[in-house]
Each structure stands twice: as structure tokens, then as C-alpha cells.
Design a protein around this ligand. Structure first.
Ligand SMILES: Cc1cc2nc3c(=O)[nH]c(=O)nc-3n(C[C@H](O)[C@H](O)[C@H](O)COP(=O)(O)OP(=O)(O)OC[C@H]3O[C@@H](n4cnc5c(N)ncnc54)[C@H](O)[C@@H]3O)c2cc1C
Length: 362
């Protein structure tokens, strides 16, 4: 019933899967438990974003939320790339923020969660949000003006193949968590991802350790999950995952787990929120050399691309680590710092090769 299946599906780029196998070769022996994966104590917002934001604010960093950059103005030169202004949309007004000498611009060109739409226990998510949040739209507009800025359409053209439904289940009922612990043989949050291999949607569940949120009540558990084939009809609920309410999605999962007798009680004690993310798998779409721009494009004096859609040789997208590495790489190149250490290659370490071969043959 269970396996650990990551986020690739037919139509995604096989070379990306190959990069993954090389990148995480050293983790294959612990794949089932994901013991070697670093986890934050609480969810990433409370464990990383809040403290880092507080630290930056203390240093005087001016963070503008509720704003959207709709254009980046460049000096009119084809040889050199120098950003001179950011067009900012805020509260219905538009203003240009000048980029002075010594200022640097780091642009996250696209996001896995761009255009995401949430549903509820009783409503499905919006079928597709045509309005993009900003990253792809801005990337598209500046990519038209320059060579070397990549090709955003490569990643946004096919939302059927790139879209996921992700969901969270908040549950005040022991039956569901106990069942997952019995089936996996591990306490919640101590195991790997659990994929319901018989599910038409290819649902993967990740029961989270308790407490996942600061102040989470003792009797409340949280599960995160996703489906890779949301356009298909479910195995029990006869409609595509994209059109299901949270209650229907949870029903499908409970039936796969054989919890038919507990169905109504668990549904009554749970809140399942589906979220359609049209571009979650876009990073894995087939691409050509040059579709992802270099972090610092040739000729740039003050402008860099960071995040999941710039090119870092050897590393694999989706991870937070990739985005962090891109930022470090870009900052190092523009400011003359030491670049980040190279990506670790476990396949060059004989002890790791032996451990991996043992794991694969057991
Ligand atoms: C459901 C889910 C689970 C995941 N689980 C894991 C995991 O377990 N481990 C892991 O390593 N990674 C995981 N990831 C991936 C990880 O979250 C992302 O790779 C990472 O957050 C990317 O960071 P980023 O800063 O590059 O981009 P983002 O986090 O997408 O941030 C980009 C930001 O820029 C803003 N922005 C873009 N354009 C504009 C504009 N024009 N104007 C204003 N603002 C703009 C966006 O609104 C957004 O806030 C997961 C992702 C998802 C969706």
C-alpha cells in the first residue's frame, strides 16, 4: 500500500530525476525513515521566517509587504545590465523606486506557489487562477527585453502537468494518526513520506511531528499531503481531485486506509483544506539549456536572479537549499565574497557507495 514516491510524473524531465539520484545518493540508505533530512523544530514559518524577519528588522532592514514589483527598469545598454528602478504597486498606486549606486537587485523569478488557490472543507479550490502573483509575470516582461534572461513560458505553459493539489488535515481524532503509525511502523513525524500507491491521484501523506505549531493543543494532530495526478477521478470519490472539497478529499484518503467504519466520526473531527498550486511541479518541466538564467547574467553590474528558476549546476530544485544556494551564489558574485561550498557528491565516497549498495540489495 505504501511507498515513498517523490514528486515526478510522466511529462516531467527525466534529467531532473537523474540529478536527484546523484544529489541524494548518500541518503538512499535512510530514505524510508528520512532520518538524515534536517527538520525544523516547528513549522518553517515559526522556526525560520519569524526569527529571521525579527533579526533583519533589528538590523534596520526595511521590508515592504503588500507590494508587488510590476517592472524592473534597466539602463538602456545591451552589453551591460544595470537595474536603475523598480516599479512598485501598493494600495492601488504605482511608484518607481530608484536603484542607486551600490544598490543590488535580487529577483525571485517565479514561485512554486504562484497562482495558488485554497478551498475549504465544503468548497473546492478555484479551478485555475489566471492572475499570477508576480514572479512569473515580471520574469516574462523582462525576459522579452534581453537575451540571457531565460524562458519563463517553459515552466508555465502546461498547468495540467505541473499542477498539484496540496492539502492539510487538522484532526482531533486518534484513529487516523494511529492507523498511519501502525502502517508505517513509525511515530508521526519520524518517518518518510507515505504514498498511497493504489490511489488514482497518487496521494502522498506526511504526518507531522507534534507539536508542529507553537501552542498546538495536545489532542490536535496535523497531516500534510499532496496528489500528483489531481486531474484524474478518485478511486472512491468519482471526481477529479481538483474539483473536490476538503471533506471529499479526506473521505478518499480514509477509504484507502480502510477506515470506512470511522469515516463519519473522523470527518466530523477534522478540517481538511485543499490548495491548488498550478506551478508546483513546473520546476520539473522539460527544459533546454538557457531556459533558466544564470544567477548573475553576463554583463550584470547589480542585478541577479535567485530562487528555483535560475541555473545552478549539480544542485536539485524544489529544496529550500537550492534557493539559499542561489542567493549565496548571486551575492558572492556581485560582492566578491567566497562562493558557497560545492554540492556534496556521495557517489565519490567509497563508504557511501558500499552503504548504498547494501541498502539497495536488502
Ligand atoms: C507544499 C510544499 C511543500 C514543500 N516542502 C519542502 C520541503 O519539505 N523541503 C524543502 O526543502 N522544500 C520544500 N518545498 C519547496 C520550498 O518551499 C521552496 O523551494 C522555497 O520556498 C522557495 O523559496 P524562494 O524564496 O525561492 O521562493 P518563494 O518561497 O516562492 O518566495 C518568493 C516570494 O517572492 C514573491 N514575489 C515574486 N515576485 C514578486 C513580485 N513581482 N513582487 C512582489 N513579490 C514577489 C512571492 O510572492 C513570494 O513570496 C515545498 C514547497 C511546497 C509548495
Amino acid at each position: 500500500m505504501f511507498a515513498t514516491i517523490f514528486a515526478f510524473r510522466p511529462g516531467h524531465r527525466a534529467m531532473e530525476m537523474r540529478r536527484y539520484l546523484h544529489r541524494f545518493f548518500h541518503l538512499l540508505p535512510t530514505m524510508a525513515s528520512m532520518r538524515a533530512v534536517q527538520r525544523t523544530r516547528f513549522n518553517q514559518y515559526e522556526s525560520i521566517v519569524k526569527p529571521v524577519t525579527a533579526w533583519l528588522s533589528g538590523l534596520g532592514v526595511n521590508m515592504q509587504t503588500g507590494s508587488r514589483v510590476s517592472d524592473i527598469v534597466f539602463a538602456p545598454s545591451q552589453g551591460e545590465i544595470t537595474a536603475t528602478g523598480l516599479v512598485l504597486e501598493r494600495g492601488g498606486a504605482s511608484e518607481e523606486v530608484k536603484i542607486g549606486g551600490g544598490d543590488l537587485v535580487f529577483f525571485t523569478n517565479g514561485s512554486l506557489v504562484d497562482g495558488s488557490a485554497r478551498g475549504s472543507m465544503n468548497t473546492p479550490p478555484e479551478p485555475i487562477t489566471a492572475e499570477r502573483d508576480g514572479g512569473f509575470a515580471l520574469w516574462q516582461s523582462i525576459a522579452r527585453t534581453r537575451n540571457g534572461f531565460g524562458s519563463p513560458e517553459t515552466f508555465t505553459a502546461d498547468v495540467t502537468t505541473s499542477g498539484w493539489i496540496s492539502f492539510t488535515i487538522t484532526v482531533r481524532d486518534l484513529a487516523l494518526m494511529q492507523k498511519l503509525e501502525v502502517l508505517s511502523g513509525r511515530k508521526a513525524g519520524r518517518g518518510g513520506l507515505m504514498t498511497l500507491t493504489a490511489s488514482n491521484w497518487l496521494v502522498t501523506l506526511a504526518p507531522l511531528h507534534h507539536p508542529h505549531f507553537i501552542g498546538q493543543p495536545e489532542d490536535v494532530s496535523v497531516i500534510w499531503g499532496y496528489g500528483l495526478f489531481p486531474e484524474k477521478a478518485g478511486s472512491f470519490v468519482n471526481k477529479p481531485m481538483t474539483r473536490c472539497t476538503g471533506a471529499e478529499l479526506l473521505e478518499e484518503i480514509l477509504r484507502h486506509l480502510g477506515l470506512d467504519d470511522d469515516l463519519h466520526r473522523v470527518l466530523g473531527n477534522s478540517t481538511c483544506i485543499p490548495c491548488f498550486m498550478p506551478y508546483a511541479g513546473s520546476i520539473f518541466m522539460p527544459r533546454q539549456h538557457g531556459d533558466r538564467p544564470a544567477p548573475v547574467p553576463r554583463g550584470s553590474t547589480n542585478f541577479a536572479f535567485i530562487g528555483q528558476y535560475c541555473e545552478l549546476p549539480d544542485d536539485v530544485v524544489f529544496t529550500v537549499e537550492y534557493s539559499v544556494r542561489s542567493g549565496r551564489t548571486a551575492a558572492a558574485a556581485l560582492l566578491g565574497f567566497k562562493p558557497p561550498p560545492p554540492v556534496y557528491k556521495g557517489e565519490h565516497d567509497p563508504a557511501t557507495v558500499v552503504a548504498t549498495l547494501k541498502a539497495l540489495s536488502s
